[in-house]
Design a protein around this ligand. Structure first.
Ligand code: ATP
Ligand code: MG
Length: 137
């Protein structure tokens, strides 16, 4: 069993796509082990995406991620990290395949609807960023 962190970004939440996105996760065999809605501060969003701090798009990334509430969740299942990345599709929606979340719903590289951990170490760090152990079922 593997766990990963998923975030439904402000564009997904504001367009009422929370249920549709979770339905896709569940249909693919992932289980929601924890879930929480919150509005990130600029400091929190910057710390979460700390690895990108020196990149030219960092400012846009933080302002988009703080533009409205997000839904953070822990997804659990066999191969959850890779499975979630497959369901999400490519970072840039222009390159994302039809049938993926980004391919079907995303409008731009900033408003790309979902985040997913990219490896076991980031998954553990990102889960701990949002959830206490006792909040994960
Ligand atoms: P996420 O971490 O949000 O799941 P990702 O892992 O597919 O996305 P990353 O490379 O980690 O992609 O980039 C984090 C976010 O930064 C992307 O989701 C996107 O919104 C933004 N981003 C990444 N690369 C670029 C770029 N070249 N130009 C503009 N924004 C970018
Ligand atoms: Mg990433």
């Amino acid at each position: 069993m593997e766990q990963t962190l998923s975030i439904i970004k402000p564009d997904g939440v504001s367009r009422n796509l929370v249920g549709e996105i979770i339905r896709r996760f569940e249909q693919a065999g992932l289980r929601v082990a924890a879930v929480r809605k919150l509005h990130l501060s600029a400091r929190e969003a910057g710390d979460f995406y700390d690895v990108h701090r020196q990149r030219p798009f960092f400012g846009d990334l933080v302002s988009f991620m703080t533009s409205g509430p997000v839904v953070a969740m822990v997804l659990e299942g066999p191969g959850a990290i890779a499975k979630n990345r497959d369901l999400m599709g490519a970072t840039n929606p222009k390159d994302a395949a039809k049938g993926t979340i980004r391919g079907d719903f995303s409008e731009s590289i900033d408003a790309n609807t979902v985040h997913g951990s990219d490896g076991p170490q980031t998954a553990a760090q990102e889960i701990a960023f949002f959830f206490a152990r006792r909040e994960i079922m």
